[in-house]
Structures are given as C-alpha cells and as structure tokens.
Design a protein around this ligand. Sequence first.
Ligand code: AHG
Ligand code: MN
Ligand code: MN
Length: 337
Amino acid sequence: MHNGTTITQFIIEEQRHIAGATGDFTSLLNDIVTACKVISNYVNHGALVGALGSAGSENIQGETQKKLDVISNDVFIKSNEWAGHLAAMASEEMDEIYPIPAGKPRGKYLLTFDPLDGSSNIDVNLSVGTIFSILRCAGGGHNPTERDFLQAGTQQVAAGYAIYGPSTMMVLTTGNGVNGFTLDQNIGEFILTHPMMQIPADAREFAINASNMRFWEPPVRRYVQECLDGKEGPRGEDFNMRWIASMVAEVHRILTRGGVFMYPMDDKMKAKDLGGKLRLLYEANPMSFIVEQAGGGSITGTERIMELQPQSLHQRVPVILGSRNEVERILAYHREG
Ligand code: AHG
Ligand code: MN
Ligand code: MN
C-alpha cells in the first residue's frame, strides 16, 4: 500500500500557492493525467488489443502513422475537450489546430501534444511516451487561431511527459522544478517518487543518431569526435553512447543520470529546407522547459530554444539538450564556427 503523494494532491497543493488560481489548471492537468493512463493501458496491452502496426495513413509531416499514434491522439482529444479549460489543441497528428467544438465550453488554455513519441519503437516493444505543453490563450480563448499557439517556450505555463517504459511515469514542471511520478497500476494513481529531479551538470554520455554523421555540421562533428577520442583525446576521458530513437526515453535518462541528446541541424535537412527533425511546439519547447527546470541546458546549437519565436504550428528545430556544462561546450563550439 502506498501512502505517498498522488499527482492530484501534488498539483492542488502547488496551486494553493498561486494567487487567483481558480482550480481550472488543476482540473486540466487531471484530464491530461487520465489521458496518459488510458494511453499507457493501450501501450501495455499492445497486440492483445490490436494496437500495433501501421494505421495506413500519413500525418502532415509525411510520416506513416502507427495505429497507436492515431489512438493516442483520439484519447487526448476525448479526455481534454469536454471540461471547459481549453480553447484549442494542436498535435503532431493533426494538420490544423483543433478548436474546442461549438456546443462545448471553451476555456483560457491551449494544449499542444505529441501523443506518441518514439512511435517507431512501439512494434519492437521499447519505450515510447507522450509529450505536452500548456499555454495561455490571448483574449480569453473565445476564437482561437493558429497564431495564438505561436508563443515562445518561455511562455509555457506547464510542460510534461509520460513515459511508457518498464514502469509508466509522469514527469511534470509548472516552473517550480521538475517532479516525477510513478503509476501504481493497482490503484491507478501516479505517486510522487522522484521529487525535484536534477540533471548533473557534467556527464560522460551522449546520444545522437550516428547514421547521419556524414551530414553533420563541423561543431557537432568536433564534439562527437572528441567524445569518441576518449582518454587519449582532448577531453581526457572515455564517453559512453546511447540512441533509443525516442526523445522521451532519452530525456528521461538524462534527467536521471545526465548526458547530452542531440538531433542537430545537418546538410540533409538543409537540402530539404527543413528547420530540423523535432517539432518546436510539442517536442522541443516542452522538453526544453523540463530540462532547464532540472538545471540543464537546451539549444538549437547557437540559440536557446525557449526564446525562439515560432513561425508555424509544425515548425521543426535542431535540438541539443542535457547536462549544462556539456551543452555550454557545444554552444561554444557553434559560436567558434
Ligand atoms: P515521433 O515518433 O513522435 O515522430 O518522434 C520521433 C523522434 C524522436 O522521439 C526521436 O528522438 C527521433 O525522432 C528519432 O529519429 P531517428 O529515427 O532519425 O533516429
Ligand atoms: Mn515525437
Ligand atoms: Mn509522435
């Protein structure tokens, strides 16, 4: 039996310190938590509920959708459209914004999400997750448009992710540090297990898809080469490498034991006129908020991600995040050119 703090209790207690809090935000987070529990249940049952494999469709980024991408997107919409806290939602799996339909009450918040991150991992039974970000909607949210979503990451009210791994966890920030909760499947509650998570400032582990090495820009090549050179190289220490192909899982590892995650700009993306691989509004910004709140850094290479002014809903950006001193080193390499 647990007698720890449930996520609901935690959020309510946190909101009590905020003057003028109406309970709207607490209630919105509760609906998000419910959605993640439902997705966790689908992920967990996998083939037993026919949830694996391709949906036979493509999203706006031209990626083939998995059944679970579509299921998770529907779950998020159903859980969050009814209560009256949101003006609109936006997701990796929807071309346009999703204003709360007429007939349902609209609220003052906007929700962006990647319903299933790392979905190439789903059929091989490795960790996947859900990423979300909450913004305020200007003008009270009566008539939301795409422009309302184009806010810098520094404007986020809250951000979090759920990771569906050996245990299901929810990691959350409202701007007062980062807290991690583990789902107790027996009672259906997330319990606070990882209070005030902190990323070690130094680490000797990096994550990058090395199959893109020939396209990398010089600063990234330099950083990775120096890691690979180990004890005999300029860093004078051996490094370890990981690549899970699920940003949620990589960020979770970094929050737990430090390290750097990179999906940097490269020549292949430039040739296709892509701004990067990962999406700013529902991948890079929420993860940057979490990482910074845990003492880490998050940059494009030359700029702080959370200060970027978004230009479009599905905009992509290069992402380099993790242990502060390593991220600062990579920033310096970019500035040196
Ligand atoms: P998604 O499954 O939501 O499309 O995101 C996958 C992302 C990210 O989670 C991961 O780090 C990266 O794409 C993996 O890219 P590669 O397949 O190039 O390794
Ligand atoms: Mn993703
Ligand atoms: Mn996704």
